[in-house]
Design a protein around this ligand. Sequence first.
Ligand code: ADP
Ligand code: MN
Ligand code: MN
Ligand code: MN
Length: 361
Amino acid sequence: MAESTSVSYTENLMKYMKLDQKGSAIAEYVWIDANGGVRSKSRTLTSIPEGGFKPEDLPVWNFDGSSTDQAPGDNSDVYLRPIAVFPDPFRPGPNILVLAECWMSDGTPNKFNHRHEAAKLMETHAEHEPWFGLEQEYTLFDMNDRPYGWPKNGFPAPQGPYYCGVGAGKVVCRDIVEAHYKACLYAGIKITGTNAEVMPAQWEFQVGPCTGIEMGDHLWMARFLLHRVAEEFGAKVSVHPKPIPGDWNGAGLHSNFSTKEMRVEGGMKHIEAAIKKLEGRHKEHILVYGEGNDARLTGRHETGAIDQFSYGVANRGASIRIPRETAAKGYGYFEDRRPASNADPYQITGIIMETCFGAAK
Ligand code: ADP
Ligand code: MN
Ligand code: MN
Ligand code: MN
């Protein structure tokens, strides 16, 4: 990480982090913007409740939606309704990260607020105890918008040594990945693990299993933490599903799913029934599985083709993969490999519930 100014920045910052806050806490409100990214701003909370901060006790706040393409200039106030609280790894102490939903002044959800609909679906079908585990792939870019560590002109050697790679020349930016992992654990994100991916400068982390709406909440906060950590190292996080055209793997958001019925003996018939239903709504799913996914779902590079639904045991070239272990035991979970890395987890988990169990009440 030679080119960044991160060392002096972080060291100086750590000095200020130790100053006494005089009984106040800082809340960093985080929200989802119009471009699949996150935005945030800070405010002071002057009293700290004994039992810890709860979303329902935190103030509703607002921002200028015309500056984020989330609202028109003549009706620009967008409201931030707190929905989840996490300890803030960047400001040790009583300070918190607040995930907020975006709402309009007329009481309707902002058009980029997909959480509201997903939460209704999760509530309607809560009896099935849905578990999700999402695998977030992403690519780190330098400030010239080139994948980090790639030669200025030309390309690295072909794919092969990079996936789960160890050693110089195989992986870059492990410092970012490690810092992000620790930041997630500190914040209480249900992060499962990380690995280097097939394309150099591409990585993955997994979050789950999470029940219902918690999946989107934890994944979005994990994305915020990744952008925030990478900022300190002078690297950009790209969730583009096909960042480099050609013989380079794209980036996905594999979505693993199970219900109470699928996780016990006899579960396979529930898994098969769900896959049948997914087959009938392939097009509808693709519509919310990320922008630019057609460049990724080619039927090559460990994907199934975008216009063809398929499934199979241990098949990484299918839309849906049933893990070998699930097939062997006769129960467990399955993996929807179609979602792109830039998809909204609320839309993915929402439509899976809708397709398997029907509309929200
Ligand atoms: P892959 O072999 O496809 O690379 P990973 O190990 O990267 O899989 O990710 C698997 C994800 O599936 C993890 O996030 C994990 O929490 C999740 N998972 C495991 N068991 C279940 C289950 N029963 N239901 C839903 N998700 C699950
Ligand atoms: Mn994985
Ligand atoms: Mn992967
Ligand atoms: Mn996977």
